[in-house]
Design a protein around this ligand. Structure first.
Ligand code: ADP
Length: 163
C-alpha cells in the first residue's frame, strides 16, 4: 500500500524547521505532499507561487516529496490525494492547544485520516516563519534559520519594500 501524507502549512517562507519535518516525514511515508495553504488569515509576505517555487527548488533532493497548494479544508485536500495522514510539526507547548483542536476536528471530518505530530531537531525547533520575517525586515542575518535561497528572497523583498 502506498502511504501518502500531506504536510499543510503557510510556509511564508519555508524555514529550516519545516525542512527538518519534511525530511522526517519523507522517511516514514512513501509519498509526502507539502501543501501550501491559500487561506492564510494573515497578510502573507510571499505569494503562493513564490512559496511553491521556493519549496520546489529546495525539495528536489527528495524523490518522494512533491509540492502543491490548496484552498479550503486540509481534509478535502487529503481525500483528493488519497492521503492517510496529515503531518504537523510541534514546537513549544504553545502549539499544542491549537493543534489539538485542529487534529480532533479533522478526525471528525475525516476519520480515515490520522494527524501525525513530529518534532524537529532542537537547534531548529524554535524557528517560526514570523520570527524569521521580523529579523529579516530589520536587516538581521537569518542565514542560520533558512536556506540560502530563502535568505536571498527575503533580502530582495525587504530591499524592495524599503525603496
Ligand atoms: P500554519 O499557518 O499552518 O501553522 P506554518 O508554515 O507556520 O503554517 O507551519 C506549518 C507546520 O509546520 C505547522 O504544523 C507548524 O507547527 C510546523 N512548524 C513550523 N516551524 C516549525 C519548527 N521550527 N519546528 C517544527 N515544526 C514547525
Amino acid at each position: 500500500m502506498n502511504r501518502i501524507a500531506v504536510y499543510p502549512g503557510s510556509f511564508d517562507p519555508v524555514t529550516n524547521g519545516h525542512l527538518d519535518i519534511v525530511g522526517r516525514a519523507a522517511q516514514v511515508f512513501d509519498e509526502v505532499i507539502v501543501a501550501v495553504s491559500k487561506n492564510s488569515g494573515k497578510q502573507p509576505l510571499f505569494t503562493i507561487e513564490e512559496r511553491v517555487e521556493m519549496l520546489n527548488k529546495l525539495l528536489t533532493p527528495y524523490a518522494n516529496v512533491r509540492v502543491g497548494s490548496f484552498f479550503g479544508l486540509t481534509v478535502n485536500y487529503a481525500r483528493l490525494h488519497k492521503a492517510t495522514a496529515i503531518i504537523r510539526g510541534l514546537r513549544a507547548i504553545s502549539d499544542f492547544e491549537n493543534e489539538f483542536q485542529m487534529a480532533l476536528t479533522n478526525k471528525k471530518l475525516m476519520p480515515e485520516v490520522e494527524t501525525i505530530f513530529m518534532m524537529a531537531q532542537a537547534d531548529v525547533s524554535f524557528l517560526s516563519s514570523s520570527v524569521v520575517k521580523e529579523v529579516a525586515s530589520y536587516g538581521g542575518c537569518v542565514g542560520a534559520f533558512v536556506p540560502a535561497l530563502v535568505e536571498q528572497r527575503l533580502r530582495q523583498k525587504f530591499n524592495k519594500n524599503d525603496q
